[in-house]
Design a protein around this ligand. Structure first.
Ligand code: HEM
Length: 139
């Protein structure tokens, strides 16, 4: 199971690379005034979302579920339920990023760069909360 946990963490880091960088790209995309620049951002965003972020999310969840079924029957505290709830919030954030990507693709962005700067903070808070829950297990 140590190998499964290592893979779980590796793909979690891959997923977070995208969760941190995609809203950053949205910040610069929202500020970009020229057409060639906007087209370049669209390519970068699509490759990051479909090539790195989404495979990272799916593999994190698969290896996480593998770890979970190995723990079945072992008594745990509430940290695990809370972690899974926060992971669900993270998945919703991921899907919302996909919606924003779609809007940018069709030049239908409705938000300013400040909105994306704030949006960028949410995965930071979720990462800190989830890592503390699984490592410290305070509940
Ligand atoms: C469907 C999604 C996920 C499931 C089902 C899942 C499940 C699990 C399980 C069962 C463990 C083993 C816990 C233990 O042995 O004490 C684990 C470990 C871990 N998970 Fe997840 N996880 C998921 C997503 C995530 C995410 C999104 C993160 C980070 C934000 C994360 C970070 C970690 C870390 C750092 C460990 C290692 C903890 C340690 O042993 O010290 N997991 N996960």
């Amino acid at each position: 199971m140590a190998w499964i946990k290592a893979l779980h963490i590796i793909f979690m880091v891959t997923w977070f690379a995208g969760l941190f960088y995609l809203p950053r790209l949205f910040v610069y995309h929202a500020l970009c005034a020229d057409e060639p620049g906007r087209e370049r951002f669209k390519i970068m965003e699509r490759k990051l979302f479909f090539g790195i972020m989404t495979p990272g999310a799916v593999l994190t969840a698969l290896f996480g579920l593998w770890l979970l079924q190995d723990m079945a029957g072992v008594a745990t505290g509430h940290w695990l339920q809370l972690k899974l709830l926060l992971v669900a919030v993270l998945a919703a954030y991921h899907i919302y990023c996909g919606k924003l990507l779609h809007d940018f693709k069709h030049d239908r962005n409705r938000h300013g760069h400040v909105f994306y700067r704030w949006l960028n903070e949410l995965p930071v808070l979720l990462l800190m909360a989830i890592v503390v829950l699984v490592v410290v297990k305070p509940l």
